[in-house]
Design a protein. Structure first.
Length: 697
């Protein structure tokens, strides 16, 4: 048995230093008892810590690279979530688009090219305001100007310019508002072709998708050509050709470098940068475009400086002339001629370009020189050949100020210029130019017409009465032959306006257009043949397919030759010695009739030769009276100046079947004045029977 002693049990061991006596050493019993009473105290062992807790407890100091790492980490996380969100948004709006295999660039709306008889362009009409022009037809600096200011990286991006978008976003953040959009030309084409102009997230997403599709299916040149031919340049002009015609009166094929810069500058804000309304702004914007072109290397700095327009000088732009009234009229007729216009067409008109511009000039000059003094602000002119072909139309003084056509659309009282239809009705009822009528006060069922000067001439011939425009004589004739007979006579000559069958129509109280009135005089000039006033001779497609060709037509003979001769006799006298005596046209026999409405609200003169019929009107749109203006004054002056130009280098010839009447008073040949009784009616014919059965509509 091996007995192991502790060191303190050995003799001479450590007991000397701290040995306890046997007495004090606890017995087994005491030890057991003590242990049950008091447990020795021991420190509780700590629980083991997790790695994350230890990392939190032992934080490492932040360093630059640790910050960069954390930023990178969270940037990646954020990018992933943003990517997921963007993908979801794109997918949401993408499914709202039609299937991509059904996408196609819509056909450009049809253009109506309206030209004068000699081929001179009058105007383009249609939704776009101009025709399309091929990219290769334009000078190099035209697309260069647009690219320099609108999309410098056009040939480098895939439809979306990430650099441009980022720069625009940073600029907007720094400005605190939206100052730029970053849209590419491709995006703008996508928006214009396929989308609404709404500014919202969905439209921008769809725009981006469509832009990428365009880039995949069309070349850069094709996309740029689409843009140039459809983008809006202001003033109703869509496309570079329409804008060039609108602002400079020339094709985009012929614009100068400075003009190209003005057009490109318009794209930012067409209304605010319009060269005809805000020339200083337009010129300054053009300088910005030219500098951008120089920076991009399209032109040299010297060329940019030479082409720059002085902002202190007005930009020379085209003035909307009176030919635009013609274009509006032609456009309004297209549907009735060929139906809906679904392709580009060329419309050849009867307009004489030189005479059209001359008519515009003389009307505008008269209003400018005399209008303020005599209180009239508007004028109109219609001129046509003896077959009804309109050669000139002036619908107002300034088309850019007012597009209301006072020659075609407006209805005004013609005054005494309506009287020839009363006299023709009388001739057809059996009267002659030498029939004598009483010019005296008249009271017919309360209607009391008076002469313009308030005086009465007594017994006069019809020739004298119409020459001096005696109202009471016209009234007596209307009563004698019947107001309905006057209306019927006017209608067969071309007056389509509905008129009440009352004696007052003899004085021109019914409102009719100047075009109607002028056309109704044509039978007096052509021998009695009725005409239909027309302005279109031919409509064809751009590849030469004829859609309409004018064929001379009309109601035929509407006035007997002998009555034409009598009317020409009387209306020639009206010019020779009557109210129209200021009319001058050397070498030509001229005839016509003046008209002045109550309180001088309208002044009219319609005169004619065997070559042309021309009507002139002066007045105010608000129907206010003029001062000392009658049909025999300024309207006759306008007529004389225009007709003199129109008859240059034409051999004069007389009116058909005209004859010069005997002296106005021949002793022994006086006739008794006529009374109000109706003359013996003419023999009835088939037309009268039809009218009795079905009425006159």
């Amino acid at each position: 048995m091996d007995i192991k002693l502790r060191p303190e049990d050995r003799i001479g061991g450590p007991a000397k230093r701290g040995r306890k006596s046997a007495k004090s050493r606890p017995t087994a019993k005491s030890a057991t008892t003590k242990s049950t009473r008091t447990k020795p105290t021991r420190a509780k062992a700590p629980k083991p810590k997790s790695a994350r807790a230890r990392k939190r407890r032992q934080k490492k100091p932040l360093t630059f690279w640790r910050v960069i790492g954390k930023l990178f980490y969270w940037g990646v996380v954020l990018s992933v979530w943003v990517g997921i969100a963007v993908a979801g948004i794109v997918a949401y709006y993408a499914v709202q688009l039609p299937a991509s295999d059904s996408w196609a660039v819509p056909t450009r709306p049809a253009n109506i090219r309206i030209v004068a008889a000699n081929g001179q362009l009058i105007s383009n009409r249609g939704q776009m305001g101009g025709e399309a022009v091929a990219f290769h037809e334009l000078p190099q600096y035209v697309p260069a100007a647009v690219l320099s200011i609108e999309d410098r990286r056009f040939f480098d991006h895939f439809g979306l310019d990430i650099i441009g978008i980022t720069r625009a976003m940073l600029g907007n953040i720094m400005a605190g508002r939206i100052t730029a959009g970053g849209s590419t030309i491709t995006q703008q084409v996508a928006k214009n072709l396929f989308l609404t102009p709404d500014q919202n997230l969905g439209r921008k997403v769809q725009e981006a998708l469509l832009a990428i599709w365009l880039e995949q299916n069309y070349s850069k040149t094709e996309i740029l050509e689409l843009y140039l031919n459809r983008v809006y340049f202001g003033a109703g002009a869509f496309g570079i050709e329409a804008a060039s015609r609108r602002y400079f009166g020339k094709s985009a094929r012929n614009v100068s470098l400075g003009e190209a810069a003005i057009l490109a500058g318009l794209l930012k804000a067409p209304s605010r940068l319009s060269p005809d309304r805000h020339p200083e702004r337009a010129a300054e914007r053009a300088r910005v475009v030219l500098r951008a072109m120089a920076e991009e290397g399209y032109i040299s700095p010297e060329e940019a400086g030479a082409a720059a327009i002085d902002p202190t000088k007005r930009v020379r732009t085209r003035i909307a002339g009176a030919e635009f009234y013609v274009a509006d009229w032609v456009e309004s007729l297209m549907t009735s001629y060929i139906g809906e216009v679904s392709q580009d067409v060329i419309v050849t008109t009867t307009i004489d370009w030189d005479l059209q511009k001359n008519a515009e000039f003389v009307v505008r000059e008269m209003v400018a020189e005399k209008g303020e003094e005599h209180n009239f602000s508007q004028g109109a002119l219609v001129s046509m050949s003896t077959d009804g072909a309109v050669i000139a139309i002036v619908g107002g003084v300034d088309y850019s100020d007012s597009q209301y056509n006072r020659a075609v659309t407006a209805r005004r009282q013609p005054g005494s210029s309506f009287k020839p239809f009363v006299y023709l009705a009388a001739l057809e009822a059996g009267y002659t130019p030498d029939t004598r009528v009483e010019d005296a006060p008249l009271d017919f069922e309360g209607w009391k017409p008076e002469n313009y000067n308030g005086q009465y001439a007594g017994t006069v011939t019809l020739r004298q009465a119409i020459a001096h425009s005696l109202n009471t004589v016209a009234g007596r004739l209307a009563i004698a032959v019947g107001p309905q007979a006057v209306i019927d006579t006017a209608a067969k000559l071309g007056i389509s306006t509905q008129m009440p069958p009352v004696p007052a129509i003899a004085l021109g109280t019914a409102e009719i257009s100047l075009l109607e009135l002028t056309g109704a005089y044509a039978p007096f000039a052509n021998g009695g043949v009725g005409v239909i006033a027309h302005v279109i001779t031919r409509i064809e497609t751009t590849d030469g397919q004829v859609l309409y060709q004018n064929i001379p037509a009309g109601p035929g003979q509407v006035v007997a030759p002998e009555h034409v001769a009598m009317m020409n006799d009387m209306l020639t006298t009206a010019v020779d010695i009557g109210t129209g005596k200021r009319a001058q046209l050397p070498g030509w026999q001229i005839a016509g009739k003046t008209g002045t409405t109550q309180s001088n609200r309208d002044a009219v003169f319609v005169g004619y030769t065997a070559n042309l019929i021309t009507g002139v009107w002066l007045g105010n749109d608000d129907n206010t009276p003029m001062e000392r203006v009658g049909g025999g004054s300024f309207p006759v002056d306008i007529w004389s100046e225009f007709m003199t130009r129109a008859h240059q280098n034409i051999t004069p010839y007389n009116l058909p079947d005209a004859f010069f009447a005997p002296p106005l008073s021949v002793p022994g040949q006086e006739q008794q004045p006529i009374q109000l009784e109706r003359p013996q009616p003419r023999p009835r014919n088939l037309g009268d029977l039809i009218n009795d059965l079905f009425g006159n509509n």
